[in-house]
Design a protein around this ligand. Structure first.
Ligand code: DOR
Ligand code: ZN
Length: 347
């Protein structure tokens, strides 16, 4: 019997598209399957103002191949000099869907991020007032804190105090990698949600480090031990609407990954849906994939779900995933879960 699965067209609630030749190369990989995506603002220089976001949105739309239908949902990069009035205006114009908090130094291009949350309190108050969500890279950057503990420590020392201080602020904890993050989002009072990436559902730190170091599995937050991976899988497949897909597909050219000091980021746009169907089938939860990929995210952001659909079919032959895509910036390796995938996107 042929197994088919038809879902509302999914959205990606955390995506890196970059700019220029890289943008042109990776955008079709997302637009082929996804209707919308929240686009991360960590360009060099970052997307800080409403004007920056408008110009970046126009570059994305200009790079979209003819015939593809895709809506970028823009974000602003929160800095200690962000002007609350500019954020308010960008929201009123319908230009931005969220503001992104990168603790300074947490990850790729985060040098202009926030060192002292007290300095952005005015912006956060405005966001709470107008209902604009804050997307958070939830890791502390204090050098004494072990890299595997950075998410857990962030919850206790930054996120929880922030939410007690501003209980009306809508928060999305992005790319959750620990059971602590899952428990926090599941249980906390108030308006909180969390995104989970494709790759964190499929790999743990052993995949990255046992039998040789695999730079294409290195990302931030770094993959944790398998107990955490299992907690992520349980949450993603639970049907809890607080959890939804944010792939964090983050392209870097191979030369920047396969080097003595490689960049963080996993590029999964190309095969994410096949990967997710694989995971949800393993968890006996194929009926919950639509919620995770297509329904919970729009509900959280106050948008209608897509009306178009996408169909996957399980076949004996594996999905022909390319090892790399070629971009004008150079080759980018596609996430390899380490085993064949059998769920083909057919329409
Ligand atoms: O692995 C990551 N890559 N994590 C991030 O937070 C940023 C991203 C990037 O921009 O490459
Ligand atoms: Zn990211």
């Amino acid at each position: 019997m042929t197994q088919r699965l038809t879902l509302r067209r999914p959205d990606d609630w955390h995506l890196h598209l970059r700019d220029g030749a890289m943008l042109e190369g990776v955008l079709p990989e997302t637009a082929r399957h996804f209707a919308r995506a929240i686009v991360m603002p960590n360009l060099v220089p970052p997307v800080v103002t409403g004007d920056d976001a408008r110009a970046y949105r126009d570059r994305i739309l200009a790079a979209l191949p003819d015939g593809m239908d895709f809506t970028p949902l823009m974000t602003l990069y929160l800095t200690e000099t962000t002007d609350p009035a500019d954020v308010r205006a960008a929201h009123a114009d319908g230009l931005v869907t969220a503001v992104k908090l990168y603790p300074a130094g947490a990850t790729t291009n985060s040098a202009s991020g926030v060192r002292d949350l007290g300095r952005v309190r005015g912006v956060l108050e405005t966001m709470a007032e107008i209902g604009l969500p804050l997307c958070i890279h939830g890791e502390v950057t204090t050098p004494e804190v072990d890299i595997f503990d950075r998410e857990q420590v962030f919850l206790e020392t930054v996120l929880d105090p922030l939410r007690r201080d501003l209980p009306d602020l809508k928060v999305t904890l992005e790319h959750i990698t620990t059971s602590h993050g899952i428990d926090y989002v599941a249980d906390a009072p108030g308006d909180i949600a969390g995104t989970i990436t494709t790759h964190h559902l499929m790999i743990n730190r052993n995949h990255m480090l046992v039998g040789g170091i695999r730079p294409h599995y290195y990302c931030l937050p770094v993959a944790k031990r398998s107990t955490h991976q299992l907690a992520l899988r349980r949450a993603a497949t639970s049907g809890n609407p607080r959890f939804f897909l944010g792939t964090d597909s983050a392209p870097h050219v191979d030369a920047a990954k396969e080097t003595a000091c490689g960049c963080a980021g996993v590029f999964s746009a190309t095969n994410t849906l096949s990967c997710l169907a694989h995971v949800f089938e393993e968890e006996d939860a194929l009926d919950r994939l639509e919620g995770f990929a297509s329904l919970h995210g729009p509900a959280r952001y106050g948008l209608a779900p897509n009306t178009a659909t996408i169909t996957l079919e399980k076949r004996g032959t594996p999905v022909p995933v390319p090892a790399k895509i070629e971009t004008g910036a150079g080759p980018v390796t596609v996430f390899d879960p380490g085993h064949p995938l059998h769920w083909h996107v057919i329409a």
